[in-house]
Design a binder for this molecule. Structure first.
Ligand SMILES: [Zn+2]
Length: 207
């Protein structure tokens, strides 16, 4: 089930634009998903170099810890944190920056594979799967367990991440799984995806 194509993740990453945090703050959720920034920084060259370093990490399967070392060396090439606009970048922030961005890229890569001709031939349906704990978001809780046909245009826009820190995934189902599970299909057009962080149809080149 965990089909991850590093090239697809990388393609998604390369489609992002790096911008400074003040411009980033003014974007809507979906445009934010197509952009990259580093907090408390004014230096756009620095942001672009950090973006490229995450792309390298995606291509090479670099760990968060090794990427943090690379980040520090980029930072020193700019003369340190105070030269790019902040006193320091905490390890918690760096970890969040790396994990959020790499996970979104892998998710995007997985989503494009899942809805490709090959992915549709392998399994025609998908089920939304949320982690049902105290941190669950309302929309994700509602979607959990619902099954949609992959060939529906509306369903193709219904993919995680729905919001920041969304931990939902999609489980592929074929016709036999659908029958065995006794699942009924839901209509994606009934789901309000307006505030979703990510519209997979952008990723698929459909809009
Ligand atoms: Zn979610």
């Amino acid at each position: 089930m965990n089909i991850v194509d590093p090239q697809a993740a990388l393609d998604y990453w390369k489609s992002k634009t790096s911008i400074d945090p003040s411009k980033f703050a003014k974007l809507n959720a979906r445009t934010k998903a197509k952009s990259f920034t580093v907090a408390k920084t004014w230096n756009e060259n620095f942001i672009a170099d950090v973006e490229a370093s995450i792309g390298d990490a995606l291509a090479n399967g670099t760990s968060a810890a090794d990427w943090a070392t690379r980040f520090e060396s980029i930072l020193s090439s700019y003369g340190g944190a105070e030269n790019v606009g902040t006193n320091e970048f905490g390890s918690g922030y760096l970890d969040m920056l790396f994990r959020t961005n790499t996970q979104t890229a892998y998710q995007a890569g997985r989503n494009s594979e899942m809805f490709s001709a090959e992915g549709q031939a392998r399994a025609e349906y998908f089920m939304w799967s949320a982690i049902m704990d105290d941190a669950i978001d309302d929309i994700c809780e509602e979607l959990d367990g619902q099954v949609f046909p992959k060939n529906s245009y509306d369903a193709q826009g219904l993919t995680p991440p729905a919001h920041y820190n969304c931990r939902c995934t999609l489980i592929e189902l074929d016709a036999e799984d659908l029958k065995d599970g006794g699942y009924t299909l839901s209509y994606a057009k009934d789901v309000n995806t307006e505030d979703f962080l990510f519209d997979n149809r952008d990723n698929l080149g459909l809009i």
